[in-house]
Design a binder for this molecule. Structure first.
Ligand code: GDP
Length: 527
């Protein structure tokens, strides 16, 4: 990469995104289809199979085996249609953690996968909120069309009702479940047949009026007429396609399909790659300046730190989203927070080693840096003399809480040290109760507590006892309005690491009760 033009070309072809969904909506299945299209894997079942130990050969997996760190699916990179795609994994289920949210800070677009039989589910909604707040484009894939699902018009309406985002249907199902015939593709002026007799018959062109230009039995089918009626309705009363709204995340292009039967996935990918943005400018140095992804100086920020769960290896991986310049192994960078120089020797780029012409990582790409404790979440690193500091990552409101104490009271020192460092690193949120100064830990997922407990023992030789106080709603309160008497076991009063007071409400009922009792007291939630 010698010239600015080379760097520009490289940046322009990057598409970095995350797939957000509720467990079981089909995120793994669609990811796998995308990897198949990108030629990274050769057969379906490979990605899921990783849990049972079968996976494709690529260099990040070698790292995983060597180090016992599960990075396999953290970042998946492949080439398709002249673009270089980075998919960042957003773990759900029991792996849900603040890192899942923070990963959304490192992408330029999001794809929301929805089970068309279930509609919008809770985890999708949570992740959506974070993406929406960033104002980046959001694309929707309504999955499992091969099963009977909800009315497509309902699904579109639900986007507006529950998520407050306009939906624009790029294509429309012709039937569903056993009666699935195909997609009426408004965007590409064609009908895409489900299971065509020959590959040549897969696409049937439409004319300017939206009528088929070739003879087909489809026109006699009720489901086809129904699709035409629906599309008429969308044309007349639906949202108008609006690229500016899409760019800001105020409108989402909606694609229908079935990941399992690989129907509509490639059509989706092609449109997505056309519409999704390449890496953009970043605001730096407290909003005073902006940094172009084509700036020659390498820079990036740490959005996730993954601890090694293998006791023989204490290192961890700091995931860095590159924002400008070119990454080179062994390069010297400055850590903005400490102004210390670091040499980036132990780094891994997330790409398949089978690919030819491996080029350097640039803006939009992710590098994993082996870390022995230098990095904290949100850290900025940069090349050169002039400081480059990215905006801090937002804090996310925890939902699960535990009271934590050292098992051995004689080992207070290591307990406090470990606690302080892990909280500083961003692994978990710490609160203290108002009157008794007890330690309360907050997380968005159970995994964070488990990692915390493990690391306390292995890295700080401190065994901890965690007593769950359950799922709670955290609401910050204006100190001016606070009276300690307002606290009870149903709305525990604590302070965060900055000393700001907040209540942990047992449930919605407790919060309502509080509102009724103290109508003038203002409560606020974070992201
Ligand atoms: P994830 O939890 O979101 O990653 O979901 P998975 O990709 O693991 O899918 C959950 C289940 O739904 C699996 O049994 C998949 O085989 C199934 N599934 C995924 N996509 C489809 C689809 O398009 N149609 C049908 N019928 N099943 C699907």
């Amino acid at each position: 990469m010698n010239t600015l033009a080379d760097l520009q070309t490289a940046v322009d072809k990057r598409r970095t995104f995350a797939i957000i969904s509720h467990p079981d909506a089909g995120k793994t299945t669609i990811t796998e289809q995308l990897l198949l299209l990108g030629g990274v894997i050769r057969s379906a079942g490979t990605v899921k199979g990783k849990k049972s130990g079968h996976y494709a050969t690529s260099d990040w997996m070698a790292i995983e085996k060597q180090r016992g760190i599960s990075v396999t699916s953290s970042v998946m990179q492949f080439d398709y249609a002249g673009k270089r795609i980075n998919i960042l994994d957003t773990p759900g289920h029991e792996d849900f953690s603040e890192d899942t949210y923070r990963t959304l800070m490192a992408v330029d677009a999001a794809v929301m996968v929805i089970d068309s039989a279930k509609g919008i589910e809770p985890q999708t909604k949570k992740l959506f909120k974070v993406v929406k707040q960033r104002g980046i484009p959001i694309f929707t894939f309504m999955n499992k069309l091969d099963r009977d699902g909800r009315e497509p018009l309902d699904l579109i309406a639900e986007l507006e009702e529950l998520l407050n985002i306009e939906g624009y249907a790029m294509n429309w199902p012709i039937g569903m479940g056993k009666g699935l015939k195909g997609l009426y593709d408004r965007a590409n002026q064609r009908v895409e047949l489900y299971r065509p007799e020959t590959e040549a018959q897969r696409f049937l062109p439409l004319d300017e009026q939206g009528q088929l230009t070739v003879a087909s039995d489809l026109v006699k089918d009720n489901v086809y007429q129904q699709a035409l009626d629906d599309v008429d309705l969308l044309n007349e009363a639906g949202n108008a396609f609006d690229p500016d709204k899409i760019k800001r995340g105020d409108q989402t292009p909606v694609f229908f399909g079935s990941a399992l039967t690989n129907f509509g996935v490639e059509t989706f990918l092609q449109s997505f790659l056309e519409m999704a943005p390449a890496p953009a400018k970043h605001v730096i140095n407290d909003g005073d300046e902006s940094l172009s992804p084509e700036d020659r100086r390498f820079s990036g920020f740490v959005f996730k730190i993954q601890a090694n769960m293998n006791p023989n290896h204490r290192d961890r991986i700091a995931f860095v989203r590159i924002c400008s310049g070119v990454f080179e192994k062994g390069m010297d960078v400055t850590l903005a927070r400490t102004q210390k120089t670091l040499r980036l020797n132990n780094a891994t780029e997330f790409m398949s080693d089978e690919r030819e012409n491996v080029e350097n990582a640039v803006a939009g790409d992710i590098v994993g840096l082996y870390d022995t404790g230098n990095f904290q979440i949100g850290d900025s690193i940069y090349q050169g003399k002039e400081k480059i500091k990215f905006a801090p990552l937002p804090q996310f409101t925890p939902e699960l809480f535990v009271r934590v104490t050292p098992k051995n009271v004689m080992k207070q020192k290591s307990f406090h040290k470990g606690m302080q460092q892990l909280v500083q690193e961003g692994a978990i949120q710490l609160y203290r109760t108002y009157t008794t100064d007890d330690y309360i830990l907050g997380a968005v997922g159970q995994l964070q507590f488990e990692v915390f407990q493990f690391r306390m023992k292995n890295e700080y030789n401190s065994e901890v006892i965690m007593t769950p106080i359950g799922s709670r709603t955290a609401r910050w309160v204006d100190p001016e309005q606070l009276d300690e008497k307002m606290s009870s076991s149903r709305n525990l009063l604590v302070k965060d690491v900055h000393g700001a007071p907040l209540f942990l409400f047992e449930n919605a009922f407790a919060e309502r009760w509080f509102h009724d009792k103290y109508p003038d007291v203002k409560l606020t939630a974070k992201l």
